[in-house]
Design a protein around this ligand. Structure first.
Ligand code: GDP
Length: 297
């Protein structure tokens, strides 16, 4: 279960307040220290934690929470609201092009879950909107990546455009988009290459694909289990490509929660979906408010 440790620690921090009839300033200080440690242990970005703790404390003091009724309850409410804000407040919908096709370029490091997630999102749109997506295999560096996308396509009954590994990815995308136009596909997914880490050559290639395709959405796929590395990756991709949204994968295996809590605050880009398993149906719209409630347990 995700966020186990964080939920437990936050609950403990608040429980101490609940037991008290009156909360003193020292109690508030202790609680805020514990919340700070809980967030840092969950691998939340240091600056994000600092800002969060300051905001919660200022709000509690400003609202004269300590002098009012049910101070503990009010502090829990403030923490809930600020966690929600930190993750982006409300769900951010998928960008859609006024004219078909909506082009979704999937980017991210190798192994983050790009290919799987392209399939999940295509499947989601098929189910929700009766959409007719096309997926383009533009990762020419690993033959297995093309096979994998073809397999995913068969699984969800979505066509895959591929030209093997001998053609320049930009040319593959150009021809794939022409096919989508001809077939009136309403969504096109471009599955791009990843690397083990961000490098210049990869970024140049992605920039060239972006320039040609003019995508409606540049969806960055990051692995939640990598915590602050996921945040650094998000910053790196965003600096070069100005991504429009993030999909956080493997939340089912993420016991800490640092990436989910930090990415929006650090990059300013919304998490739009989360992956919570390996099956094609394991994709959910990201709701910051629900996630905050889930974290608080
Ligand atoms: P890519 O290299 O970025 O295209 O990554 P893949 O799509 O090949 O995914 C890498 C591995 O992560 C595969 O084994 C996927 O099944 C797995 N994976 C992707 N998303 C999730 C998820 O949300 N949860 C879990 N548990 N596994 C996932």
């Amino acid at each position: 279960m995700a966020f186990e440790g964080l939920t437990e620690r936050l609950q403990n921090a608040m429980k101490k307040l609940r037991g008290k009839g009156k909360v003193s300033e020292a109690d508030l200080r202790d609680t805020m220290r514990e919340i700070r440690l809980a967030l840092l242990e969950a691998d939340v970005n240091f600056t994000v934690v600092k800002d969060f703790v300051k905001t919660v404390r200022d709000r509690a003091v400003g609202a004269k929470v300590l002098e009012g009724l049910n101070p503990a309850q009010q502090i829990v409410k403030i923490v809930d609201e600020e966690l929600t804000k930190m993750m982006g407040e409300t769900a951010t919908p998928l960008n859609k092009s006024p004219k078909i096709p909506t082009i979704i370029m999937m980017v991210g490091l190798q192994g983050a879950g790009k290919t799987t997630t392209a399939g999940k999102l295509a499947n989601h749109l098929k189910t929700e909107e009766n959409a007719r997506p096309l997926m383009i295999a533009a990762d020419v560096y690993r033959p297995a990546a093309i096979d994998q996308l073809v397999t995913v396509g068969q699984q969800i009954d979505v066509p895959v455009f591929e030209m093997g590994t001998d053609t320049d990815p930009v040319e593959i995308v150009r021809q794939g988009l022409a096919q989508a136009q001809a077939n009136h596909n309403d969504y096109v997914f471009i599955d791009t290459a990843g690397r083990l880490q961000i490098d210049e050559q990869l970024m140049d290639e992605l920039a060239r694909i972006k320039a040609l395709a003019n995508p409606t959405e540049i969806m960055l796929v990051v692995d939640a289990m990598t915590g602050q590395n996921a945040v650094a990756t998000a910053e790196g991709f965003n600096d070069k490509l100005d991504v429009t949204g993030v999909i956080l994968t493997k939340l089912d295996g993420d016991t800490r929660g640092g990436a989910a809590l930090s990415i929006r605050a650090v990059t300013g880009k919304p998490i739009k979906f989360v992956g919570e398993g390996e099956k094609m149906s394991d994709l959910d719209v990201f709701h910051p408010d629900r996630m905050a409630s889930r974290i608080l347990g």
